[in-house]
Design a protein around this ligand. Sequence first.
Ligand code: SAM
Length: 355
Amino acid sequence: MSTQTVQMTDRPTLSEQAPVLLSRIAGYVAHRTVVIGLRAGLLRGIADSPGVSADELSDRLGLDPFYVSVWCRSAFAAGILARGGEGGYGFELEPHLDTLLLDIASPAYLGDVFLVCDAPEMFGRFEENLASGRRMWWDDTTPDWINGVAGAGTPFYTRLVPAGLAHVPGLAERLATGCRIVDTACGSGVGLVRLATTYPNCTVVGVDGDRHSVEVARERIRAAGVDDRVRLVCSPLEDMVLDEPAGLVVNNISMHECRDADLVTRNVAAALEPGGWFVISDFPFPDSDTGLRTPPGQVMCGIQFFEAQIDDQLVPRSTYDELLARRGFTNVGSVQLTPMHALTYGQVPPAGSGG
Ligand SMILES: C[S@@+](CC[C@H](N)C(=O)[O-])C[C@H]1O[C@@H](n2cnc3c(N)ncnc32)[C@H](O)[C@@H]1O
């Protein structure tokens, strides 16, 4: 943690603090309103029929009209809905909220982040186990959780492939020629499909330690019609041994979870061809008090409640610079894609470089 701290010299008055605290409750109300809207199809219903009234909406969705009117008012208050339709009695989504909340193909998609924050794995189990400190692993989570995490991870893959990877010098050319790509901690396979479809000359291997996730990934690659070029391995990354050298190994929002990140990085280096790249795509946890007090910092603090239960924490991005340097990677670099998404990359020394 850096020495930069939030100065408390200008002590706020009680009447200054009260509205700040109230805004936290307002955020909770807005969050619950969005979650209900996503789950019950209210947001989708309004996106499909801008200007729809609460009565029409309840009728279409088979929901109680009074409850729907209460939800619409709260969504309006939260800045999710605008007034619209005839005489302003109906509702439409505020600009871009269809993209942010409903379009899973968008790099800006956030809908599933709302849903995973509401899942018992995030805060409920943490509070239940606050005294015992009982830990869990992915096979203790529900299929709903794994599905929600896949949705929340999808925009990370969307930003990574191909635009994020294009930041890595020389990598786009290697991928166009064709090579093996390994997605370490591939989860339920969203990235495998994206890599296989974006780079048709490449073969792809997905490695993950959770059997259920691997089975979901198997079905996903079959449904996408890329199973002839994608192979799955169920294994801890700490035990990963691959038969054929890869030009690229990626890891999306999972490197912080490794039980032994040094050993995993050594296994990745061993899996790469000379000159091959390792690209770590992860949450850049704030390394200052100022960073913690930003909205991205606060959301990442929320994610830490789940990470704690699987016995890890998100880490500052610079941790990966040190990790890659320690394991002999060269040309280490990084790029911040959003306030909650950064890439760190490094290259196994090319043949004959003396590395
Ligand atoms: C947050 S999910 C991300 C999955 C996927 N990369 C995505 O973005 O949708 C983390 C995944 O990493 C896997 N994982 C974490 N640590 C692992 C390890 N040491 N070995 C193998 N898999 C691991 C978990 O099983 C889980 O599927």
